[in-house]
Design a protein around this ligand. Structure first.
Ligand code: PLP
Length: 273
C-alpha cells in the first residue's frame, strides 16, 4: 500500500510520522473517510469543507485543499481498487509531551484500502453512554474515536454491527460511525445536528433527496419505529432489521427500500467531478 505522508507518497512500511505527533499523544487531529469507486472519490468537496470546519473547531490551521486534492489523486493512482475507503487524517503535528499545541505545524496522511460492499441490512443496539451535544467537540470529526471503539465492541459482542447513542437529554443522536433515520407512520425522521450528531454527508444528501424531516426524537422512538435505517459514507443507506433484540419488518421496509433506491440512483450522478 502506498500512502501520502506530509508531502509525498511512501510505501506504508517506510512511512514515518513522529511518535510525538499530537494526533497520537493527545488525539488532537481530525479526519475524513471518503468512498472511492473505480478511482473516483465521492463528494470530495463536501468532505474537504467538513475537514476545514473540523479544523477550525479544534483550532488547527485550515488544511490546504489543493494539497489534499493532490494527495488524494496520488494515493488513488497508486492503489487501484474497485471500491475504496480513503482516509484523510490531519493532526496538530509534532509536539512536546504536553497537551499545549504550540506552533509545531500539522501532519497530513492520506491512505486508501479496498473494501467490500456493506450488507443491505444489519442489527443495532443502543448504548447507555451519551454524546455530549454541548461539548467542545460536538459535531467535529476528530480522531478521538475511542468512545466509538468501545461502543462498537459492545455491539459486536451482542451480534450487532452498530451502536446508537443518546445525547445528554436522552434524545436519539447517532451511531459510532453513522447517522440514524426512523420511519413513523410513513414519514422519515432523523435527529437534528443540534442533537450532537455529526453532520453526515450521506445524511445531508438523504435529507435533500428524500425529504426526510429533522426531528428531535426521544430514545424510546426506537421501540415503536416501523423502520430504521443508517447512513454513512461506506454504507450509503443501510436498513436495520433488529434494534436491541426487537425484530423490525422482515426484509427491508418499503420506505427504507425507496430511500436506498433514490440514494443509489442520485449518488451515481457525478456529484463531484
Ligand atoms: N456519525 C459519525 C460519528 C461518523 O463517524 C460518521 C462517519 O464516519 C457518520 C456519522 C456518517 O457521516 P458520513 O455520511 O459523512 O460518512
Amino acid at each position: 500500500m502506498r500512502i501520502w505522508v506530509n508531502g509525498g507518497l511512501r510505501d506504508a512500511d517506510d512511512a514515518r510520522l513522529s511518535v510525538l505527533d499530537h494526533g497520537l499523544t493527545v488525539g488532537d487531529g481530525i479526519f475524513e473517510t471518503v468512498r472511492t469507486s473505480e478511482g473516483r472519490p465521492f463528494a470530495l468537496t463536501r468532505h474537504l469543507d467538513r475537514l476545514t470546519r473540523s479544523a477550525r473547531g479544534l483550532g488547527l490551521p485550515d488544511p490546504d485543499h489543493d494539497e489534499v486534492r493532490r494527495a488524494v489523486a496520488a494515493v488513488i493512482d497508486a492503489n487501484p481498487v474497485a471500491l475504496g475507503r480513503l482516509r484523510i487524517t490531519y493532526t496538530g503535528g509534532l509536539s512536546p509531551l504536553g497537551s499545549d499545541r504550540g506552533d509545531h505545524g500539522t501532519s497530513l496522511v492520506v491512505a486508501l484500502d479496498g473494501v467490500s460492499r456493506r450488507p443491505d441490512s444489519t442489527a443495532v443496539i443502543t448504548v447507555p453512554w451519551t454524546r455530549n451535544e454541548r461539548g467542545a467537540l460536538a459535531g467535529l470529526k476528530t480522531t478521538s474515536y475511542a468512545e466509538n471503539v468501545v461502543a462498537l465492541a459492545r455491539a459486536r459482542e451482542r451480534g450487532a454491527s452498530e451502536a446508537l447513542f443518546p445525547n445528554t437529554t436522552d434524545r436519539l443522536c447517532e451511531g459510532t460511525g453513522s447517522n440514524v433515520f426512523v420511519v413513523l407512520g410513513g414519514r422519515v425522521h432523523t435527529p437534528p445536528v443540534a442533537s450532537g450528531c455529526l453532520a453526515g454527508i450521506t445524511r445531508a444528501l438523504t435529507v435533500e433527496w428524500t425529504g426526510a424531516e429533522e426531528t428531535d426524537l426521544p430514545m424510546d422512538v426506537l421501540a415503536e419505529a416501523d423502520e430504521v435505517f443508517l447512513t454513512s459514507t461506506l454504507r450509503d443507506v443501510q436498513a436495520v432489521h433488529r434494534v436491541d433484540g426487537r425484530e423490525l419488518t422482515p426484509g427491508i421496509g418499503p420506505v427504507t427500500a425507496k430511500a436506498m433506491r433514490i440514494f443509489a440512483e442520485r449518488a451515481s450522478d457525478d456529484l463531484d467531478p
